[in-house]
Design a protein around this ligand. Sequence first.
Ligand SMILES: [Zn+2]
Length: 243
Amino acid sequence: MTTHVPRPINQVRAGILIVGLGGLGVPAAVAAVRAGVGRLGLIDPDPIELSNLHRQVLYTVADLEQPKVSAAKRHLRRISDQVEIQSYHSGLNLTNAESIIDQYDFTIDATDNPLTKFLINDICVALGRPFCYGGVLGMTGQAMTVLPGYSACLRCLFEEPPEDDEIASCRDAGIIGPVAGAIGEVEAAEALCCLAGKMPALAGRMLTYDASATGGIRLTPIAARPGCRCGAADKVMTKAPLD
Ligand SMILES: [Zn+2]
């Protein structure tokens, strides 16, 4: 039996690409499918491991060692048989990024690899395609939407990706599953907002959700950096980018 899924209001065949099918990508994919998105692209090179199951809630022990994209596609098709799903069992890289991202209206960064985040940023800026950055470390998650040429991009914040030893120390910090779930859902909401032609809440604003009592929830305005290749700081806007 197929669950009834309402179609989006004005873009029935609109497409969302989700880069990474882990703790962020799984909840984002489920939310997008249940919202009635017409096309979904899923890209991830990894198989499902036992250590993934506490936060990657679509998968079960029966899926262990299978490619994440294959298992995710199968489970998502049980939620809706209306959605068109293209899966890519690969990493996003310099060779394939432009041709894949170009096929979708919005990209969700759900990867844990900083180099891939910058690749998504650079290709989306070059193509003028909106995307949502997402990241989780320990009990803290962050998300920000980039509307190229209009709101700050990742390189407005950090000119270059972090060094290898910084990346390694981040991986050691682990991830709290529900924080990843919350950020993944937020990323899906940002995508759906864009596809509906509305200005998303996190364009030019970084959401930080720290599950510990000392952190809480913050929204930090992020200014576009003059001289950044995205051009957001230098462009005089005469109209909203989604009009
Ligand atoms: Zn920029």
